[in-house]
Design a binder for this molecule. Structure first.
Ligand code: ARG
Length: 457
């Protein structure tokens, strides 16, 4: 009989059994469920609901069940719905009547919220570690390739020269924000809901704070109805993960383009690429394409949890069981994606020559040329026009700035002097930029030095 079978005549329809079973995925919570139950039992012992022997039998029984699950000998069955019922039923099977006392003052509603929060404290900790490893790889690579330069793009058109390290550090700061966001999200998760019961708390003298301390939570939930109906912490977790994935996906997209035969600024580690079943020469960036593809599904996970929640009346409704698959999918995906990107950044090889060539091929110093005239008193809009005409003229004649003589330049503005050639040299540009956070060698060095400290503290 089902643990809740008392008021029912006859059996549950097998279709409903299959439809409502969550054991195939919520078994991922077994460790937290057992830990939570152990703390709950010890508290029940402390307040005298269980005697010493009962407490001990429950705690020992739960420990054995954990071992059975980990050894792969635990028997799962669809008719027991979820992980909570499986563990409780097995406990009763093992230790008899004492096991029937475990669920005193508790509901699966507060239990599942506890389990999910414990799962997240654990797994988001791993996500944070993955982020830290990626941050370190980015700073290390930036430092190693400190002197490499590349075109910076807007609209995918060459825009202005930047240090390659500045480009890497741009992603660094995205992922650093992700890490700080994760830390905040973890604080919101750190709330202990047990003692809220099904929705209204309990007349049993439960010591909630004892359970909180024993399980290492920062705070107690304040309202029993909120505690069992709230999944904001799941929304937050998936949101935080979706942002990380979105950043990983953008970086993937860049690296796919940069590693294309046409651009070929970088080559990706072999270990993260695959070949073609037909074309022997191919080396495809599958790992990065999969990060991009899986990001779509994680964004779908965020949509799922929002739409599960938006029509739910207070308090617990079984719809809430559907929170697990999106959450677990997001958590598992981001961990692998972070690992892959960490390996990719560490293992990537860059072709400095090609990057430099792309810089020198371009009209990117047009900005500095206009600023040269502006510093001599020409209003910027006018200087912009002069250099614009100059670029058009070069394009018509198939020339670059380097091919021009000072005489030709003076034809566009008498204010041009020979020193303009030094001003539009990429290396000079990268030394001359003055603003905080600018794409200059000096600023990127400052960033690297500061962030090495952040990464190692
Ligand atoms: N498996 C359920 C879930 O994850 C546990 C809570 C069941 N509660 C209930 N009232 N049926 O949501």
């Amino acid at each position: 009989m089902k643990p809740w079978g008392g008021r029912f005549k006859g059996k549950t329809d097998p279709v409903l059994e299959r439809f409502s079973a969550s054991i195939d995925f919520d078994r991922a919570l077994y460790r937290y469920d057992i830990e939570g139950s152990t703390a709950h039992a010890e508290m029940l012992g402390k307040i005298g609901v269980l005697n010493r022997k009962e407490t001990k039998d429950i705690v020992t029984g739960l420990g054995e069940i954990r071992k059975e699950i980990e050894a792969g000998i635990f028997i799962f069955s669809g008719s027991l719905e979820d992980i909570h019922m499986h563990i409780e039923a097995r406990l009763i099977e093992k230790i008899g009547d004492a096991g029937k006392k475990l669920h005193t003052g508790r509901s699966r509603n507060d239990q599942v919220s506890l389990d999910m929060r414990m799962y997240l404290k654990d797994h988001l900790g791993n996500v944070e570690k993955g982020l830290m490893a990626l941050l370190k790889n980015l700073v290390q690579k930036a430092e190693k390739e400190k002197t490499a330069i590349m075109p910076g793009y807007t609209h995918m058109q060459r825009a202005q020269v930047v240090p390659f390290s500045h480009y890497l550090m741009a992603y660094y700061y995205m992922f650093k924000r992700d890490r700080e966001r994760m830390k905040n999200i973890l604080q919101g998760i750190d709330v202990m809901p047990l003692g809220s019961g099904a929705l209204a708390g309990s007349t049993m003298p439960l010591d909630r704070d004892l359970v909180r301390k024993r399980l290492g939570f920062a705070r107690l939930s304040e309202n029993s109805m909120d505690a069992v109906s709230d999944r904001d912490f799941v929304v937050d977790a998936i949101y935080g993960i979706a942002v990380i994935m979105m950043h990983l996906s953008r970086l993937s997209e860049d690296l796919i383009i940069f590693s294309s035969n046409e651009v070929a600024f970088v080559s990706l580690p072999d270990a993260l690429c695959t070949g073609s079943s037909l074309m022997p020469h191919k080396k495809n960036p599958d790992a990065l394409e999969l990060i991009r593809g899986k990001t779509s599904r994680v964004i779908g996970d965020l949509f799922s949890i929002f739409s599960i929640l938006k029509g739910l009346p207070m308090t617990y409704n079984r719809d809430l069981q559907e929170d697990k698959e999106p959450l677990f999918h997001a958590v598992e995906t981001v961990q692998d994606a972070l690992t892959i990107m960490g390996l990719c950044i560490a293992g990537i090889k860059i072709d400095r020559k090609r990057m430099e060539h792309a810089v020198s091929e371009s009209f990117m110093p047009a900005v500095e040329m206009a600023e040269y005239l502006t510093l001599k008193g020409v209003p910027f809009r006018e200087a912009h026009g002069v250099v614009g005409r100059l670029v058009r003229d070069c394009e018509d004649k198939g020339k670059t700035f380097k091919d021009l003589t000072i005489g030709e330049l003076k034809g566009f503005s008498p204010l041009f002097e020979k020193d303009v050639f030094a001003c539009i040299d990429p290396q000079t540009i990268l030394k001359n930029r003055k603003t905080e956070g600018a794409a200059s060698f000096k600023e990127v060095e400052r960033q690297i030095n500061a962030e090495k400290i952040y990464c190692n503290r």
